[in-house]
Design a protein around this ligand. Structure first.
Ligand SMILES: NC(=O)CC[C@H](N)C(=O)O
Length: 648
């Protein structure tokens, strides 16, 4: 039964109604020196834990469903704990895990003050005080948000090197097949979670490798079980394990792992869909999903942080040796452009420029809509992710105004006097902070009609800067479902009584589902799809839906490589503009007096703006892996069949 009155956290539902589910973030850190080194140089043996906190906190943009941290202590004696792990799916999960970690550490130090400066004793007794760390922030794309789904996942064993800890930013299109493979191998996975499936896949070949090595050491070198153990750790061929494990993975991934004895790795998918960056010096090796995170946490320059090559793994052996191995043959590079548009932090040196370019390249379309009348225009943005593209848009507007001024000055030439010149030069682009996000807004009463009313107030507006003759141009990073726009933003903006509202999306129309790590797997959650359905109805072309469905259906049993994305056919009869106009119509609330125009970035300009991240399947339907075509057809069939499931 619904609670009638009480402070409920519909905040989540209100502010997230339109937001795309972000990505996951990973952070792997290896200390190359003994703990005493960090204590001496940086004043604390908890150096790595502090760095892990920074690495995760600086990636909190990537996921708020949960967070986790695991650590490995090297060279511990039998019977001593060497693996620690903590996970949380509370409201502020990163805060929660680190307050648990700190709590444990402080408690141990309070109870044993003699350990305060004794690094050896600390390592022996205090949890988390290790040399290899794996952290994760999660936004689920598979299964639920329960604590069992929070990374890192742990596969325990009494053999040190058979302990496997895994965390990833990933989504595979064929998890169900991989799961079936495991069952075929005689395994009995205890849950149907994608991360468990991936981990068990790696674990299976890890076990194999350990066993092979053991028999080899026993038979050829006559080593006892006990003596073989450390040698197995040294000789474990991580690349071979990863090659065998990932052979049939279809998807986007940055999979990170640690083994009980201290080896660690990160493997990136062959199309480079998911990001991974690394940095190494004499003291540390670090891998994270975003570059500036490493820059900030370790104060190192941009060009010293490298991107992990697609299809490659960085492998850090227990002895600190770092190597890079090709695990999967690289495909054409199709790094996810949404990382640049929206997910990743805008303070990355390249992303910052790319986002500005995304705003700037929208200018010709905006000017056309304004009939070049920039004087009666107010430029603004939706906080906070569209802020950078807004700067680019305003720069573009300024450039246009300067051109106009130049032309006027040149036309006046002889008649020019200081007053006239002053008058021309005094014109500026009006750029204002119009929308304010009141993220903390909560509702008291949860019945739906009231909620809509409250949703309207998630954003507030700045009064007094817009005239009734003005057009208000507001840039947003992307428009998925359009719910927040319709229910909140447009209504709020209309209170300022502008003549017209233009909402600019720095991303193109999202027409297809994602299956590589963004939780966007259903067609009818996309406004571009819904608008296209309306257009098909308007023009008596709805039969296309049945035809495409029939075509999808015939492919159901084809191998992935032979599947075609037939969903493209439903968009084919229409121009981008027609779809955008339909979207404008659909997102125009009845009560709003101002004209509304919604315009989207073009795919060409997206590529111009983000030249290294050409992954654009959600806009174009061009999936970089074969499984993508299966997923998009499945998503479409799900829609037609009224099935609300994710399509992978
Ligand atoms: N966004 C992600 O990378 C999610 C990772 C994984 N598929 C999960 O749901 O836990």
């Amino acid at each position: 039964m619904r609670a009638f009155f009480g402070l409920t956290t519909t905040q989540q539902h209100i502010t997230m109604s339109d937001a795309i589910k972000h990505e996951c973030g990973i952070a792997l850190l290896r200390l190359k020196k003994p703990l005493s080194f960090y204590k001496e140089k940086y004043g604390s043996s908890f150096y790595a834990i502090q760095k892990m906190y920074l690495l995760l906190e600086k990636q909190h943009n990537r996921g708020q469903d949960g967070a986790g941290l695991a650590s490995i202590k090297l060279d511990m004696e039998p019977g001593e704990r060497y693996i620690s792990r903590v996970r949380s799916n509370k409201t502020s999960p990163i805060q929660d895990i680190f307050s648990q970690v700190n709590g444990r550490i402080n408690q141990e130090l309070e109870e044993n003050p003699e350990w305060l400066n004794d690094v050896d004793a600390q390592k022996k007794h205090i949890p988390y005080l290790g040399e290899v760390f794996l952290g994760h922030v999660r936004y689920g794309t598979f299964g639920k948000n329960n604590i069992e789904s929070v990374h890192p996942f742990l596969r325990q064993n009494n053999w040190m090197h058979r302990n496997l800890i895994v965390a990833g930013n990933f989504n595979l299109t064929n998890v169900k097949e991989l799961f079936a493979d495991l069952v075929r191998l005689g395994q009995h996975p205890k849950e149907m979670a994608d991360t468990v499936t991936v981990m068990e896949k790696i674990g299976h070949f890890l076990d194999d490798e350990v066993e092979d090595l053991y028999f080899e050491l026993r038979d050829k070198e006559g080593l006892s079980k006990k003596d073989a153990s450390p040698v197995i750790g040294e000789r474990l061929d991580i690349a071979r394990i990863l090659r065998r494990a990932s052979k049939n993975w279809d998807g986007g991934f940055a999979m990170a792992g640690m083994l009980g004895h201290g080896d660690a790795f990160v493997l990136r998918d062959p199309a480079g869909i998911r990001p991974a960056f690394y940095y190494e010096d004499e003291e540390i090796v670090v891998v994270a999903s975003e570059r500036p995170v490493i820059q900030t946490a370790f104060n190192v320059p941009f060009n010293e942080i490298k991107e992990l090559d697609p299809g490659h793994a960085i492998i850090i052996k227990k002895d600190g040796q770092v190597s890079f191995e090709e695990i999967l043959e690289p495909l054409e590079r199709k790094a996810c452009s949404f990382e640049r548009i929206y997910f990743s932090r805008g303070n990355d040196a390249s992303i910052y420029q790319e986002r500005k370019m995304l705003g700037r390249t929208m200018m010709p379309m905006i000017l056309k809509e304004l009939n070049n009348d920039v004087e009666n225009a107010v430029f603004s943005y939706i906080p906070n992710t569209a802020e950078v593209s807004y700067f680019g848009m305003v720069e573009g507007a300024q450039e246009f105004l300067n051109q106009q001024k130049t032309e006027r000055i040149l036309a006046l030439k002889d008649e020019l006097n200081p007053e006239k010149l002053q008058e021309i030069l005094s014109k500026t682009i009006r750029s204002e902070k119009i929308t304010i996000k009141d993220a903390k807004l909560r509702t008291f009463i949860t019945d739906d009609s009231n909620r809509d009313d409250m949703v309207e107030h998630v954003y507030d507006v700045t009064y007094g800067v817009v005239k009734p003759t003005d057009t208000l141009i507001v840039i947003d990073d992307s428009i998925v479902r359009g719910t927040t726009l319709k229910k909140s933003i447009v209504k709020m903006l209309d209170r300022l009584n502008p003549k017209k509202i233009i909402v600019v999306s720095s991303a193109p129309q999202i027409r297809y589902p994602d299956c590589y790590g963004i939780d966007m797997a259903k067609m009818d959650t996309l406004i571009a799809f819904n608008a296209t359905l309306e257009l098909l109805k308007d023009r008596n072309m709805y039969h296309i839906i049945d035809e495409v469905y029939a075509k999808c259906k015939t492919q159901e049993h084809l191998p992935d490589a032979e599947v075609t994305n037939f969903v493209k056919e439903i968009y084919a009869p229409f121009t981008d503009e027609e779809i955008s106009d339909k979207i404008s119509e659909m997102l125009h609330p009845e009560t709003v007096k101002a004209d509304l125009k919604i315009m989207f970035q073009t795919v060409e300009n997206l590529h111009v703006s983000c030249p290294d991240n050409l992954g654009d399947w959600y806009f174009t339907g061009n999936y970089p892996t074969a499984g993508g075509n299966r997923v998009v057809n499945r998503a479409f069939m799900n829609f037609v069949e009224g099935n609300d499931a994710r399509a992978y």
